[in-house]
Design a protein around this ligand. Sequence first.
Ligand SMILES: C[S@@+](CC[C@H](N)C(=O)[O-])C[C@H]1O[C@@H](n2cnc3c(N)ncnc32)[C@H](O)[C@@H]1O
Length: 428
Amino acid sequence: MKKQNLRSLAAQAIEQVVEQGQSLSNVLPSFQQKVSDKDKALLQELCFGVLRTLPQLEWLIGKLMSRPMTGKQRVLHYLIMVGLYQLLHTRIPPHAALAETVEGAVAVKRPQLKGLINGVLRQFQRQQDELLAEFSGSEKRFLHPDWLLKRLQKAYPQQWETIVGANNLRPPMWLRVNRNHHSRDEWMALLEEAGMSGFTHPDYNDAVRLANPASVLALPGFEQGWVTVQDASAQGCMTFLEPQNGERILDLCAAPGGKTTHILEAAPQASVMAVDIDEQRLSRVYDNLKRLGMKAEVKQGDGRTPAQWCGDEQFDRILLDAPCSATGVIRRHPDIKWLRRDRDINELAQLQSEILDAVWPHLKSGGTLVYATCSVLPEENSLQIAAFLKRTPNARLQTTGTPQQPGKQNLPGAEEGDGFFYAKLIKE
Ligand SMILES: C[S@@+](CC[C@H](N)C(=O)[O-])C[C@H]1O[C@@H](n2cnc3c(N)ncnc32)[C@H](O)[C@@H]1O
């Protein structure tokens, strides 16, 4: 494999996210293919890190350069960000960070700008202390877009700074132990034998947080389905869904299948239909079922038109893991901060309410519907469910909040799960 300049690849990937509105998880794989296995982790860290700290890097460039790079040279703007990020937030020796970043200009066919990049990064090194002191008083220091900051401040007058702080951290790696193979404690003993360690979660019985994130291939029995990567809060859905053997269960908005497989781990004899609108994402449901040796009926379909994919069938339980702003998982997907727009929130809330109304008739009388999102915004969560309860006389809220303040809202925490919302609804 020809050695590629990793910094220039990171700059190109970040440019595609910020300037073209593409998600990093769509963009990154093609760049990952161009580097050795050893370098994949660094490429990922540079992309995630720059997107996490974008307002800081943008602010610094504004101080260090009189005119920003535009047009065909725009990629160099992001290359400078990659350079600044390494100097500020990684342990890469500064001389190596500088040399590799400057070489990145050659890789993007702008060798004449090597001197400029070198100059900007060296100027930063000289003025680092004063610049960082000034930035710590700037309104950009929270590293979030203004619209989202405003919404968080309004919804959480006391907690917004903690939420923002958690969003700016690197995420912990949570696993779900498949209890059909081992109990959590048995698997943790295997983990120790493999030279790693983990922590349990007080509320979620199958969850283990690794002390240090690791490659899945290093985890005991990953290929055999003994364990699955899934955030602790996502695992919380099963606490409320409580699937039982013999039941007919609908997992709506199911791709990539993290919760489909959790349902089948909790109730291996349940008959599960997994539905999602996105054909491509559905292919990952098949992969996950295969690794875990499970079967489910997988269908492509729109949650707003269930008659098209399930006729007039009714289910014992429905999990609706609704499409949402994903504002609870920003630490895992920092590109969300730059891809979402304020107006998306109302559009998403509208879509969620349409899916809720459409699927409710497909729940049996006495059945359970769990509505979940990985959002922290009330419009998609408590306000959404309060409005649903108001217009749906045969829906009753159970164990998750009160009709005035419905649902259970998890907020992201350094050693906790992601931001997540659950409401358990019973059909009378
Ligand atoms: C939060 S993700 C689901 C995660 C999944 N439940 C898991 O645990 O792996 C939301 C999903 O909703 C799907 N989606 C979006 N709009 C939809 C619609 N109108 N009908 C059905 N699925 C939809 C998306 O394709 C996406 O896969």
